[in-house]
Design a protein around this ligand. Structure first.
Ligand code: SF4
Ligand SMILES: [Zn+2]
Length: 125
């Protein structure tokens, strides 16, 4: 699994919690709480997060205008969130609350993101 830090790590943990809820109810009990397919999905999401162009300032993936996931994984995560989202406040109230605040973050347009990066590059000696 990719080594994530800060918000990226926390967001991935929230997604894993949600996927465990989904997996248990749809795919049964598995060691570590995830079946092979769901574990592969979490591996994939960790890789995407590690390469996220927004870094620590990322919006939630659901609100992201770039959306870097492939179609299949994107649909799977959407399904997981649709199912587990309403169940999160009961099982993981703190994580659910943090996710609500994350959703309120301003979404930076990719064009704005590129401009900021170019500015940073020009400033560097
Ligand atoms: S979907 Fe958007 S926010 Fe999520 S990892 Fe990909 S680029 Fe970053
Ligand atoms: Zn599963």
């Amino acid at each position: 699994m990719e080594q994530l830090t800060g918000r990226l790590r926390s967001e991935h943990k929230t997604l894993v919690c949600m996927t465990k809820i989904y997996c248990e109810d749809h795919h049964g009990q598995h060691p570590g709480g995830l079946c092979g397919e769901c574990a592969a999905l979490m591996e994939y999401s960790a890789k995407r997060l590690a390469k996220c162009p927004y870094g620590e300032d990322k919006p939630t993936c659901a609100n992201c205008p770039i959306h870097c996931y492939k179609q299949q994984q994107r649909e799977l995560v959407r399904e997981v969130m649709r199912y587990a989202g309403p169940r999160m406040p009961l099982r993981h109230p703190w994580r659910a609350l943090t996710h609500v605040f994350d959703k309120l973050r301003r979404v930076v347009h990719p064009r704005e993101l590129r401009r900021a990066r170019n500015r940073d590059r020009q400033i560097k000696p």
